[in-house]
Design a protein around this ligand. Structure first.
Ligand SMILES: [Zn+2]
Length: 334
């Protein structure tokens, strides 16, 4: 399960209600910021989240509304003498900008308590049972990235089967749980397959920042349990959306529908519209849509497969419900 706290949901300029773009993603004790707009450190305080456990900032692109909060956040961490460097991840272009900006403000990596890491689309980090990957995103000629947080499919052990086969508690069960066969004291061999339940899919969370088209995103975000994406404009201003390199709420909803995601979470909301208008436009095409507000908290858990597929599974048919595990590598300058 991934937990989200929306810290800033405004487009371009903050407002009294909405902060500049920033999203906290947590899984267990690990915490990530995706983007760090101006004022993010205060939003962390207001959300009673603090800085603890914050190990990474994943930047979608170099536009100021998405990165301006980095220097203040790092300066405060240094002032409080919070140990450990924050790793700041982004495309080469984004990281080059962050390097210029941070070295002129908080100083070198050592002085400022940060580490810069430029990545290409592909694996960003891997932890036991889950991982983060980056994908290329097209936005006004920038090297933009989106991020996928994905848990692996796992197979839990069935206590009834373990008991029936006489597998004792302790290291034997631990070995089976980590996929290794064991030999019991009486000489019987037990393989993991003999005591495992069905596959339990993990959660998939897709986070896309600013973006000007949806076609290239359908496959990467397919069947995400939650898709976080911008909805800066309404369809009546689609010409403006196109010229500014942003999406309309309808376009974001079309992506959610085509990619069969579980839930659509809209952010990067322009002050020119009411949230209700954004929601109404999206929900006409994709009912499980929601417009995020600052400090909204959302848990992302695996979506149960659609009904006909569950029935298909019961009948033993070949089913389509499968997570995409491959990632196309590509240039980040879409
Ligand atoms: Zn933006």
């Amino acid at each position: 399960m991934f937990e989200l706290v929306f810290l800033g949901t405004a487009a371009a300029v903050p407002s009294a209600e909405r902060g500049s773009p920033a999203l906290l993603v947590a899984r267990g004790p690990a915490r990530f910021l995706v983007d760090c707009g101006e004022g993010t450190q205060r939003q962390l305080m207001r959300g009673e989240l603090g800085f603890r456990g914050l190990g990474h900032v994943l930047l979608t692109h170099l536009h100021l509304d998405h990165v301006a909060g980095l220097a203040g956040l790092l300066a405060t961490r240094q002032l409080y003498q919070l140990g450990g460097a924050i790793e700041i991840v982004g495309s080469h272009e984004t990281v080059a900008f962050a390097h210029r900006y941070l070295s002129a403000t908080v100083g070198t990596e050592r002085e400022g308590g940060y580490r810069l890491r430029a990545v290409l689309p592909g694996l960003v980090l891997s932890r036991p049972g889950w991982r983060v990957t980056a994908l290329p995103v097209a936005h006004r000629g920038t090297q933009s990235l989106g991020y996928l947080f994905e848990e692996e499919t796992r197979r839990a052990l069935l206590p009834d089967r373990l008991d029936a086969l006489g597998v004792p508690e302790g290291p034997e069960r631990a070995a089976l749980a980590s996929g290794h066969p064991i030999v019991l004291a009486d000489g019987r061999s037990i393989t993991p397959e003999m005591v495992q339940g069905p596959n339990v899919p993990g959660a998939k969370l897709a986070i896309i920042g600013d973006v000007e088209e949806i076609a290239s995103l359908v496959e990467p975000v397919r069947r995400a349990d939650a898709l976080v994406i911008e909805a800066t404009f309404l369809e009546r201003d689609s010409a403006l959306a196109k010229s500014r390199g942003h999406l309309t709420a309808a376009a974001a909803a079309r992506l959610a529908r085509e990619a069969e995601v579980g839930e659509l979470l809209l952010t990067h909301i322009s002050g020119r519209y009411q949230s209700e208008e954004i929601l109404a436009e999206a929900a006409r095409l994709f009912p499980k849509a929601r417009v995020a507000a600052d400090f909204d908290r959302v848990s992302v858990t695996p979506t149960p497969p659609p009904k006909q597929e569950r029935e298909g599974r019961r009948r033993g048919e070949v089913i389509r419900y499968r997570r995409r595990r491959g990632f196309r590598r590509g240039r980040p300058d879409g």
